[in-house]
Design a protein around this ligand. Structure first.
Ligand code: F6P
Length: 319
């Protein structure tokens, strides 16, 4: 293999730049040319492709976002869109592709692999919702951003003796809410993986209030619905003064944590190793701190599961 491509697709995540850097440096170390494809699969269709050198990825390991830009591309879901992408790969002599993103990104990689283009997926999303890896690139940084915000909200919640509902991202997964809630000692955590917990939230609030507790923090995963709707229900059930904070896209930005930089460097380099070894249609990941790779199709068919042991622990520690 003499020429490979790299792209980022879907929602950006802190650490994607570190992964791009690792792909480029590791490939060049092995005398392989690397081409950066901008704006994900849209850029592949449009031919937004440029050669990356060692210096192209200097000074980016510490930056959030993605140097290659990202997009969600509807056209690439069609056979015509995929053919346009393949035409561009052929035109540029690109023999293998590394795609960094979430499950939508891996679906594109699966299609290309089926049509003879070896692709390797690298899990990059703040949601941590990809099976086959304990952690995705960006999760740790987003978690720390959330913790920082909750700590600040806690100050004002205490001063005004209020109940706060904090809505966090995660799409259909509860990982960000669960880890943030546990790390910040939230009174209640609501995640889509554990339904019908509203009565428990109300019981806890009432018990806390009766014990003289002055404020409460409730972390709501966005997959459970709107924080504003939820806070209305709490107010109706308890009459406690309640406020809502939707953390939104602040969770996706910022300089990647050390853990995300290291994870991205390991996964990006490992993806290059797999292409060199002639592998295709694999996703790299980390399990029990060991590098692993899985069939992308298996990953797409598998269901991510949240750590329910952590959920039970959070309940025990916030009695
Ligand atoms: O997948 C990452 C993520 O930030 C999710 O947590 C969120 O639901 C979604 O992307 C938001 O997407 P967009 O940036 O397109 O609004």
């Amino acid at each position: 293999m003499k020429k490979i491509g790299v792209l980022t697709s879907g929602g950006d995540a802190p650490g994607m730049n570190a992964a791009i850097r690792a792909v480029v440096r590791k490939a060049i170390y092995h005398d392989i040319e690397v081409y950066g494809i901008q704006h994900g699969y849209q850029g592949l269709i449009d031919g937004a492709i440029e050669k990356l050198e060692l210096g192209s990825v200097g000074d980016i390991i510490q930056r959030g976002g993605t140097k290659l830009y990202s997009a969600r591309c509807e056209e690439f879901k069609t056979a015509e869109g995929q053919q346009k992408g393949i035409d561009q790969l052929q035109k540029n002599g690109i023999e293998g592709l590394i795609v960094i993103g979430g499950d939508g990104t891996f679906m594109g990689a699966k299609k290309l692999t089926e049509q003879g283009y070896p692709c390797i997926g690298v899990p990059g999303t703040i949601d941590n919702d990809i099976p086959g890896t304990d952690f995705t690139i960006g999760f740790d940084t987003a978690l720390n951003t959330i913790i920082d915000a909750i700590d600040k909200i806690r100050d004002t919640a205490t001063s005004h003796e209020r109940t706060y509902v904090i809505e966090v991202m995660g799409r259909d997964a509860g990982d960000l809410a669960l880890w943030a809630g546990l790390a910040d000692g939230a009174e209640s955590i609501l995640i889509p993986e554990v339904k019908d917990d509203f009565d428990d939230v109300i019981d806890r609030l009432k018990r806390g209030h009766d014990r003289g507790k002055k404020h409460s923090i409730i972390i709501l995963a966005e997959g459970m619905g709107s924080g504003f709707e939820f806070s209305k229900k709490i107010k109706e059930a308890t009459d406690l003064e309640t406020r809502v904070t939707v953390l939104g896209h602040t969770q996706r930005g910022g300089s990647p944590s050390a853990a995300d930089r290291v994870l991205a460097s390991r996964l990006g380099a490992y993806a290059v190793d797999l292409l060199i070894a002639g592998k295709a249609g694999r996703m790299v990941g980390i399990e029990k701190n060991e590098l692993v790779d899985h069939d992308i199709l298996e990953i797409l068919n598998a269901k991510h599961s949240v750590d329910l042991g952590l959920y039970r622990l959070s309940k025990e520690l916030s009695i």
